[in-house]
Design a protein around this ligand. Structure first.
Ligand code: COA
Length: 355
């Protein structure tokens, strides 16, 4: 390993589906209002993918093609794929190989890794890619975060607190080694705490069959149904195939963990909050980002938010925001960019990147 070798983001791109769904549009399906959604989350609209024509992997491929072009490489040159999503095309195999096929990555030796870290998936992906690049194992890693939430939400009143928050979209980056002085990923910090795993989760379908790890609070036991491991009639009859969220616990934990993990990264690199040129928080909820901004005392121009337009796109939110910020000229060579995420698991993390 070359001592001074670091990992740089060589190309970035994003894709959001054309269909815009406003808060008002959602009132057709559930008892909600534009005012409630804006006040609690800051969200004004979100995008929904086109059913039967788009998938998590196909959206990821659209974002990836842009990132590859901006990095000046072809799909054949990709030697490793990392795909982060909680809404994959299939239960298995993962989206990594589907992306490989869709892009025509002709290098059949290329590895493909799927990661399931939900909202912090992209930050975890940066960290994984960084280790592979620094060790010299790979030279062109394609990291994609993509979500198609619209296919898995509960559009009844029961699901409204979750459904109004989430949207579809994809973002991608190409990571490469750099020896340019000071450039690249300076550090990453990753954390998890499974104590509240079911508080922001979609536990069905799954192998738990409703009877362990505290899941009885969220599911009905199917233990008397032989072979009832995945989707069962009980799940369908009781509307148990949708995500659930204990919103206030998520909010309270997130506003502590975001600043903590950002400070940790700064501490590791001997930098200060004032050194950050742009913070791109996972777009969980505008109120959470505002709390984080306030607690770090960052001015408005140093925090990028686009949740107003896209809602929470989970693993895709950071690369979409980073790509939009880059396109707007807010990410320049030499800038210190801080990425931070918190979400289901709970898992959280941060990355400091000198662009
Ligand atoms: N429209 C209208 N009313 C709604 C609603 C909706 N979409 N969703 C819930 N409500 C109602 C509730 O039923 C409740 O009604 P009640 O008082 O009659 O019982 C009321 O609004 C308050 O619900 P509550 O859940 O206490 O609201 P809240 O202030 O906690 O806000 C969240 C809910 C989800 C917006 C908030 O908890 C939050 O933002 N949490 C973090 C979520 C997040 O960031 N998730 C992503 C993490 S990666």
């Amino acid at each position: 390993m070359t001592e001074c070798m670091r990992t740089k983001i060589a190309g970035i791109g994003h894709y959001v589906p054309e269909k815009v769904v406003s808060n008002h549009d959602l009132t057709q399906y559930m008892d909600t209002s534009d005012e409630w959604i804006r006040e609690r989350t800051g969200i004004e609209s979100r995008r929904y993918a086109e059913k039967h024509r788009e998938t998590t992997a196909s959206m990821g491929a659209k974002a990836a093609r842009i990132a590859l072009e901006r990095a000046g490489i072809t799909a054949e040159e990709v030697d490793f794929i990392i795909f982060a999503t909680l809404s994959p095309d299939y239960y298995f195999p993962g989206c990594g190989v589907l992306l490989q096929r869709e892009l025509g990555v002709t290098n059949k030796e290329a590895g493909a890794l799927d990661i399931r870290n939900q909202c912090s998936g992209f930050v975890y992906g940066i960290s994984i890619a960084d280790q592979f690049i620094k060790s010299g194992m790979y030279k062109n890693i394609l990291l994609v975060g993509s979500e198609m939430h619209s296919m898995g939400l509960d559009f009844s009143d029961e699901g409204r607190a979750v459904t109004v928050i989430f949207g579809d979209g994809a973002g991608a980056v190409v990571l490469q080694p750099t020896e340019q002085e000071g450039q690249g990923v300076l550090t990453t910090c990753l954390h998890s705490d499974g104590t509240h795993a079911e508080e922001l989760a979609m536990i069905n379908p799954g192998s738990h069959s409703g009877y362990h790890l505290g899941t009885e609070k969220f599911g009905y036991p199917d233990v008397d149904v032989p072979g009832g491991t995945f989707v069962t009639q009980t799940m369908v009859d009781n509307n148990l195939l949708a995500p659930n969220m204990t919103g206030q616990l998520v909010f309270k934990t997130a506003v502590v963990k975001f600043p903590e993990v950002i400070q940790e990264a700064l501490h590791k690199t001997g930098l200060q909050v004032s050194d950050i040129d742009l913070l791109i928080p996972h777009q969980a909820n505008l109120r959470i980002s505002q709390f984080v901004q306030k607690s770090l005392r960052l001015p408005d121009e140093k925090v990028f938010n686009n949740i107003q337009k896209y809602g929470n796109t989970t693993a895709a939110s950071i690369p979409i925001a980073l790509s939009e910020a880059w396109e707007a000229g807010l990410v320049k060579e030499g800038n210190l960019i801080c990425l931070a995420a918190f979400g289901s698991g709970f898992t959280w993390g941060s990355a400091l990147i000198r662009w």
